[in-house]
Every structure is written in structure tokens, then in C-alpha cells.
Design a protein around this ligand. Structure first.
Ligand code: FAD
Ligand code: NAD
Length: 464
């Protein structure tokens, strides 16, 4: 058994862990990182990146499919298109492969030692790793737990065969003719929409009264409308019960009635749970917050010298939160004075249309007791949106009425994920309505809708 030591050991090379290790390495901290699978974690290998690749492929296919149907207003016509999912998945895998190599290269450049294998705590300073060449013991002054999350399994719909999680859905070699999606949240709707565009007959079963319950209802209406246009059936307030006796259909209880939904595949996307099993959490005495590891504003756990970052620490389980935590912890370990001081974590859902929310929703802002000014501008009045055939949706700015401090910004519309940077910057810099209204926004762009929403809140709208 080999024994080595370092100042910082990071467990898990997802976006939280690898960013933490790179930053620590850049700051001259003697750093090691252990990863059981491939660098990049859920995000890069079976999450953010592959899902957005599939969504893009589906959008492209759907576009030409619509053109081939002969009703294209742009006057483009073509013969019946087809998609070879094997090639689509291979293209997605090449992107993932390039990014895997990129992350490994960045770790090396930052002089981080990467170890492949499954890590297990022996005590608060010692970790054992099962590597291909044998067992390795690592002693570290500081340890960062960045083990991420895994899909939640429903006991009556265990993964296997036709019942799949997002991981399998991202590598199917054929488009299922019928797809039942259990859970109308982020993954269910992003992937459900993509498969509908690829040709699947999709039915979404959501337990709550509406889809994407994380966002305010007005923001999700254009998404629900588009799902219906795409032929996706959405059952809300409905519960999946299991597979039918023949195994051909999903049994669903919908408002007291039981029905069977034919399904070649059943995609279960009912949330993710922190990865807290199998790495010896019981060997160290860590406080929990529900199922997650409890951390303070510096991502420190209840054990000295042990930090935790990313999905394993709770909601929102988003890659950019994990990245920000990773960067912060690396600087703390290097001796910098840092704490979590972010005003907002943007949330983006890559549905059709896309949804963005940064800061407080109107309802959350009302709950602060402040009087508000709210400006909402529709993309149907935005020239660029018209030229992109993306008139659905709007931008909304929520500000305090007294000093015009912007509390929240939301948008729903085609391609609005790219507006999230401007929204986040405005909130992070403490922008007032006048700052947004007084900034020249390039014409013609969808971002003009942001400026117009701020103008509208000030009672000075120009184009609405
Ligand atoms: P992870 O990325 O889960 O990485 C943890 C790593 O730790 C894994 O590689 C795992 O193998 C390793 N590990 C665990 N235990 C051990 C051990 N004992 N020893 C060694 N290695 C170990 N977020 C967004 O912000 N935007 C999106 O568009 C988005 N899309 C998503 C789409 C899908 C389909 C899914 C599933 C998720 C998506 N997410 C998205 C969420 C995002 O992937 C996660 O928030 C993010 O990956 C969390 O990063 P992390 O570093 O905490 O953990
Ligand atoms: P989610 O929490 O977004 O959605 C789960 C949905 O399933 C909810 O609407 C919930 O009400 C519903 N549900 C729960 N139990 C159910 C049941 N028994 N029957 C029917 N519906 C049920 O979870 P997800 O879609 O699995 O995604 C997991 C996490 O991954 C997200 O919370 C998010 O943090 C992350 N993610 C982010 C993005 C992004 O940022 N664009 C994309 C994908 C995933």
C-alpha cells in the first residue's frame, strides 16, 4: 500500500471539484484530486453539456422537418429529412471527449496530481483510494468533498430496461416512438422537448399542479403552450404508479382515474440526491441539512479541515453554483479571506422557449414588504425576435419602488439563456432601473427587451 500526502485533496472532479483543484494549483497549493470516472463529473459527461448537444441536434432536426412539411414561411423547402441517432450521439460524445481532455490538461497545467479511483475516508485527514494499480492512502491537511449527486430512483419504477434516467436518455441509439416522462422539472422538460422534436410521442407526468414549479407561473406559460404545439401531452397533478402488467405501458393516476400510457421508454426525472454513500461519510462526523452535507458560508463542514461544495451541499444543484463554491474554497485554502457573497445564482432552463430567472420573482420581492415597480416587455414587440421567428415570451424587471434597486430579472423566450449574463451582472453590481435604461443596448438584439422592461418600470417605455 502506497502512502502519499498533500496540502489539499479534492474528492470528485465535477465542475465544483475540478475548478477548486485548478484554482488551488494556480495559487501554489500542493493539490491532488481523485475521480472515479471521467474528469468533468455529471455536468460534462452526462449532464449539462450532453443534454445541450442533444437539444441542439433536436432543434436542427425539427427545423428541417418543419421545412420539409411544406409550410415554412421563409419559403425554404426540402425533401424528407432523417436523423441517424448513432451519429448524433457520436457527435455529442466527441464534444464530451474534447472537454474531458481539456479538463485533464488544465489540471495538469495547474500542477494538480490527478488520481483515478474511488475515494473512501478513513478519518478526517486520511483517504484511501482503490486505483487500478492497488490501494493508495492519501493524507491531506484539508479535504474538499465534491462528490455531486445521482438521479432519484422511484421504488416502483427501478432503473433498468425500458426505465431510464437522464444518463441513458442521452445515449439512446434510436429515437423511442413513445416516451413517458415522469417529472416535469428541468430534465424532464429539456429532454422531453428534445425527444418530441426528434419524433417521439411524449407524455409528461408531473405530480404538482403545474410544470417547472421552481419558476413563477407566468414564466412557464409560454413553455406549456409550446409543449402543446409540439404535441407533448402534459398531465399535471398526476402520479406514476409503475409499469402495467404487460410492461408495455406506464400506469398513471390522474385526478382519481387510473390510465395506462403506452411507452417504449419511461424517463424518470424526479430530482437528484446528494452522493453521500459509499465513501465513508460514517467515518467522519458531518452534520447534515436534510440529505445534504451542511456547510457554512465558507463551505466548511462541521469537521475541521473538511469542506464540501456543489450538489452534495444542496439546492440549487447547478454547475455554476458548484464552480463558484469551488473557486471560493480554493482561495480560502490558499489563505485568502473569502465568504459566500453572491447576490444571486442565475437559473436557466433550456426548454423551448428558454427560461431565465435571476434574483427575486415578483412574489418573493413582495414578501420583503417593499413597494415594487415591475416592467415587462414582450418579445412580440422586439424586431430581432421577429426576424428570428421567436416572438413568444417577455423580459421582466422587478425593482424597489423607493430607490429603483433591481431585485430580480426574469425572461422567457427563444435564446434568452444568453441574456442571463447581463441579468446576473445587473443584480451583482446592484443596478438601479436607470442603469439598465441608460445603457445603450445594440440594435437589433433581443437584449433591447431588457432595456425596454427597465424603461417600462420607470414609466418611460418607448416601444410598448
Ligand atoms: P458532479 O458533477 O456530480 O461531480 C461529482 C464527481 O465526483 C463525479 O464525477 C463522480 O464520479 C465523483 N465521485 C463521487 N464520489 C466519488 C468518490 N468517492 N471517489 C471518487 N470520485 C467520486 N446544471 C446547470 O447549471 N446547467 C445545466 O444546463 C444543467 N443541465 C443538467 C442536465 C442533466 C441531464 C443533469 C443530470 C444535470 C444538469 N445540471 C445542470 C446539473 C449539474 O450537472 C450539476 O449541478 C453539477 O454537475 C454539480 O457539480 P458537482 O461538482 O457538485 O458534482
Ligand atoms: P427537478 O427538481 O427539476 O424536477 C423534478 C420534478 O419531478 C418536479 O417538478 C417534481 O414535482 C416532479 N416529481 C417528483 N416526484 C414525482 C413523481 N413521483 N411523479 C411525478 N412527478 C414527480 O429535477 P430533475 O428534472 O430531475 O433535475 C435534477 C436537478 O438537476 C435540477 O433540480 C437542477 O438542479 C439540475 N438541472 C439543471 C438544469 C439547468 O440548469 N438547465 C438542467 C437539468 C438539470
Amino acid at each position: 500500500m502506497k502512502e502519499i500526502s498533500c496540502k489539499l485533496l479534492v474528492i470528485g472532479a465535477g465542475p465544483g471539484g475540478y475548478v477548486c483543484a485548478i484554482r488551488a494549483g494556480q495559487l501554489g497549493v500542493d493539490t491532488m484530486i481523485v475521480e472515479a470516472k471521467k474528469p468533468g463529473g455529471t455536468c460534462l459527461n452526462v449532464g449539462c453539456i450532453p443534454s445541450k448537444a442533444l437539444i441542439h441536434a433536436a432543434d436542427e432536426f425539427f427545423k428541417v422537418h418543419e421545412m420539409a412539411a411544406g409550410s415554412d414561411p421563409l419559403g425554404i423547402s426540402l425533401a424528407s429529412p432523417a436523423i441517424d441517432m448513432g451519429k448524433t450521439v457520436a457527435w455529442k460524445d466527441r464534444i464530451v471527449g474534447r472537454l474531458n481532455t481539456g479538463v485533464a490538461g488544465l489540471l495538469k497545467k495547474a500542477k494538480v496530481k490527478s488520481i483515478e479511483g474511488w475515494a473512501r475516508f478513513c478519518d478526517g485527514k486520511t483517504v484511501e483510494v482503490e486505483t487500478e494499480t492497488g490501494r493508495q492512502v492519501i493524507r491531506a491537511e484539508t479535504i474538499v468533498i465534491a462528490t455531486g449527486s445521482t438521479p432519484v430512483e422511484l421504488p416502483f419504477l427501478p432503473f433498468g430496461g425500458k426505465i431510464i434516467s437522464s444518463t441513458e436518455a442521452l445515449s439512446l441509439n434510436a429515437v423511442p416512438s413513445t416516451l413517458a416522462v415522469v417529472g416535469g422539472g428541468y430534465i424532464g422538460l429539456e429532454l422531453g422537448t428534445a425527444f418530441a422534436k426528434l419524433g417521439s410521442r411524449v407524455m409528461v407526468v408531473e405530480a404538482l399542479p403545474r410544470i417547472l414549479p421552481l419558476y413563477d407561473a407566468e414564466l412557464t406559460k409560454p413553455v406549456a403552450k409550446r409543449l402543446s404545439e409540439l404535441g407533448v401531452t402534459v398531465l399535471t397533478g398526476a402520479k406514476a404508479k409503475g409499469l402495467s402488467q404487460s410492461g408495455e405501458a406506464l400506469v398513471v393516476e390522474d385526478n382519481g382515474k387510473t390510465q395506462e400510457i403506452p411507452a417504449d421508454r419511461v424517463l424518470v426525472t424526479v430530482g437528484r440526491k446528494p452522493a453521500t454513500e459509499g465513501w465513508g461519510i460514517e467515518e467522519i462526523d458531518l452534520d447534515r441539512s436534510g440529505p445534504f452535507i451542511r456547510v457554512d458560508e465558507r463551505c466548511h463542514t462541521s469537521m475541521r479541515g473538511v469542506y464540501a461544495i456543489g450538489d452534495v451541499t444542496g439546492e440549487p444543484m447547478l454547475a455554476h453554483r458548484a464552480i463558484a463554491q469551488g473557486e471560493m474554497v480554493a482561495e480560502i485554502v490558499a489563505g485568502h479571506r473569502r465568504g459566500w457573497d453572491k447576490r444571486a445564482i442565475p437559473a436557466v432552463c433550456f426548454t423551448d422557449p428558454e427560461v431565465v430567472a435571476v434574483g427575486m420573482s415578483p412574489e418573493e420581492a413582495r414578501q420583503t414588504g417593499a413597494e415594487l415597480k415591475i416592467g415587462q416587455f414582450p418579445f412580440s414587440a422586439n424586431g430581432r425576435a421577429m426576424t428570428l421567428q421567436g416572438e413568444a415570451g417577455f423580459v421582466r424587471v422587478v425593482a424597489r419602488a423607493d430607490n429603483h434597486l433591481v431585485l430580480g430579472i426574469q425572461a422567457v423566450g427563444s435564446g434568452v439563456s444568453e441574456l442571463s449574463a447581463a441579468f446576473s451582472l445587473a443584480i451583482e453590481m446592484g443596478a438601479r432601473l436607470e442603469d439598465i435604461a441608460g445603457t445603450i443596448h445594440a440594435h437589433p438584439t433581443q437584449s433591447e427587451g431588457f432595456q425596454e422592461a427597465a424603461l417600462k418600470a420607470l414609466g418611460q417605455a418607448l416601444h410598448a
